[in-house]
Design a protein around this ligand. Structure first.
Ligand code: SAH
Length: 208
């Protein structure tokens, strides 16, 4: 019998353009309910974003999968995530690369995500508290940067911390009343280019 995570992959991800087997396997294997609390747990495998603490959200599984697929993580890569939230996206990234640091502005969220990830045995991952729009210079450069909150423009610090050949995915809020444009930036030497992936709705990147 298929597990709820296996059903989620078969019904929500495979039919909607997620083809990377590594991403599909990671999402089959990670218990999403562990990243939720209270009544949200019973909705863990539904095709939508869910509320977590501090007025934030855990992204829809399909969005997690498509963002992860877009950055094409390699086993030797190091990665940075901005916006840890529940820690679920960080767990998916951690399964696919050598090391990841994830930065969260809200100490309470960072603490609870770190506890969940430790309990599940992730040991190639660090949760840091801070303003992720400044990146995390200590461990830069990163082959992959994934921003899980919406910015009005690409933060300069993140570009500086992206390795040559690196990939960065970020929702950009172009107009206040419209969905954000999810963009995949790539860096080659000093040249940074992007393509638009699809419209998304993320909570805003806050500074300070
Ligand atoms: N990736 C998460 C969902 C992120 S929701 C998951 O899988 O559950 C976006 C998160 O970004 C929120 O937790 C919010 O507190 C955080 N955030 C907002 N602005 C931030 C900033 N400047 N630096 C770090 N985190 C930030």
């Amino acid at each position: 019998m298929a597990t709820p995570a296996e059903r989620m992959v078969a019904e929500q991800l495979v039919p909607h353009g997620v083809t990377d087997e590594r991403v599909l396997n990671a999402m089959r294997s990670i218990p999403r309910e562990e990243f939720l609390s209270g009544s949200a747990r019973r909705h863990a495998y539904e095709d939508r974003a869910l509320a977590i603490d501090c007025g934030q959200t855990i992204s829809q599984p399909l969005v997690v999968a498509l963002m992860t697929q877009a950055v094409n993580l390699q086993p030797d890569d190091s990665a940075l995530e901005v916006g840890t939230g529940s820690g679920y996206q960080a767990a998916v990234l951690a399964r696919l690369c050598r090391h990841i640091v994830t930065v969260e502005l809200e100490p309470a969220l960072a603490e609870s995500a770190a506890a969940t990830l430790r309990r599940l045995g992730f040991d190639n991952l660090e949760v840091a508290v801070g303003d992720g729009s400044l990146g995390w210079p200590e461990l830069a450069p990163y082959d992959v940067i994934l921003v899980a909150c919406a910015a009005t423009s690409l933060p300069a610090a993140l570009v500086h911390q992206l390795a040559d050949g690196g990939r960065l995915v970020i929702p950009i809020q172009i107009a206040g009343d419209q969905p954000q444009d999810l963009r995949l930036y790539t860096r080659h030497a000093d040249e940074v280019t992007y393509r638009s992936l699809f419209p998304v709705l993320f909570v805003p990147l806050r500074t300070g």
